[in-house]
Design a protein around this ligand. Structure first.
Ligand code: NAP
Length: 291
């Protein structure tokens, strides 16, 4: 079994971006990070994004509207960032408070600044096998992890569990694309899927994006499979200072001995998500600064 080291691959991407950004004259790429309210996971994700931008030599603007912000006020903030020529990319951290329609927010971000790739235009480009847009960061990170680990999806049965807009659907579309490294045969499973283990046992590559701690167990795995665990679940753990531990959607101790390759949690997909956000922001900057 080989561990797919997301920390190492993400660090390589960050180093590549740092060298690229150092070569830019004048203003550096800038990402606006909007976090509404104080959700603890969002606080740590945005902090990590801010620190990674700084490590690359990029600018970031962290904007922290209160939990009570109205729909109209948040849309006005996005319009302002859309029109700000000093901002290349905009990320609005999910989850957003109840009064906010997340899809409306994602759609409001100008497609050329939608570095989180969740707007209609950029998701549509994924469906059209069009590389000119921004692929949402977690699915893009999964694909890069596979590519840099030497996993070619051509001829493979890829089973994705989860059909969210954030992960399941776009990663399934990417695996399906008629392109080098992709070209997989894809099955998408969800909570309405009958006899899930019978499908997961057919997977040469299993991508779990479920949000249920340690849901995937050894009896659901085909020996030799590649397993990508997108799950990031906080489970109460009194032995930890924080009071919780992070666990994936895969029961790592029983599943990992059966796999040819597997991502750990933490240290698998998570670091890639942040790195891909920065990669998209540099791409947005380049589009606005043709050489
Ligand atoms: P989500 O929006 O809650 O979607 C979960 C999906 O799993 C849904 O499609 C749901 O089916 C399916 N599902 C739930 N229970 C199931 C079951 N018993 N059998 C089969 N399918 C089931 O979650 P998400 O945003 O995609 O995130 C998934 C996980 O990835 C979470 O743990 C999240 O924290 C993590 N995540 C990690 C990163 C990262 O950077 N590592 C980024 C994003 C998300 P239905 O559609 O039928 O409800």
């Amino acid at each position: 079994m080989e561990l797919i080291d997301g920390n190492k691959i993400a660090a390589e991407v960050v180093a590549e971006l740092k060298a690229e950004v150092a070569s830019f004259k004048g203003r550096k790429p800038c990402i606006a990070l909007v976090r509404v309210g104080e959700d603890p996971a969002s606080v740590s994700y945005v902090k990590k994004k801010e620190m990674t931008a700084a490590a690359i030599g990029m600018e970031s603007r962290v904007i922290l509207p209160p939990e009570s912000i109205s729909r109209v006020e948040l849309l006005a903030l996005i319009d302002q960032l859309n029109n700000d020529s000093g901002v290349d990319g905009i990320l609005v951290q999910s989850p957003m408070p109840r009064q906010i329609d997340e899809l409306e927010v994602f759609r409001r971000i100008a497609p050329d600044k939608d570095v989180d790739g969740l707007g209609t235009m950029n998701l549509g480009k994924v469906a059209q096998d069009d590389d000119t847009g921004f692929v949402s960061c977690t699915p893009a990170g999964v694909m890069l992890l596979l590519a840099r680990s030497g996993v070619d999806l051509k001829g493979k049965h890829v089973v994705v569990i989860g059909r969210s807009l954030l992960v399941g659907k776009p990663v399934a579309l990417l695996a399906l694309q008629k392109k080098a490294g992709a070209n997989g045969t894809v099955t998408i499973c969800h909570s309405g899927t009958a006899n899930l283990p019978a499908l997961t046992r057919q997977a040469d590559v299993l991508i779990a994006a479920i949000g249920r701690p340690e849901f995937i167990t050894a009896d659901m795995i085909k020996p030799g499979a590649v397993v990508i665990d997108v799950g990031m679940n906080r489970v109460a753990d009194a032995s930890k200072k924080s009071g919780y531990r992070l666990t994936g959607d895969v029961h790592f101790p029983s599943v990992s001995p059966l796999c040819s390759k597997i991502t750990p949690v933490p240290g698998g997909v998570g670091p890639m998500t942040v790195a891909m956000l920065m990669k998209n922001t540099v791409k947005a900057y380049r589009a606005g600064h043709p050489v």
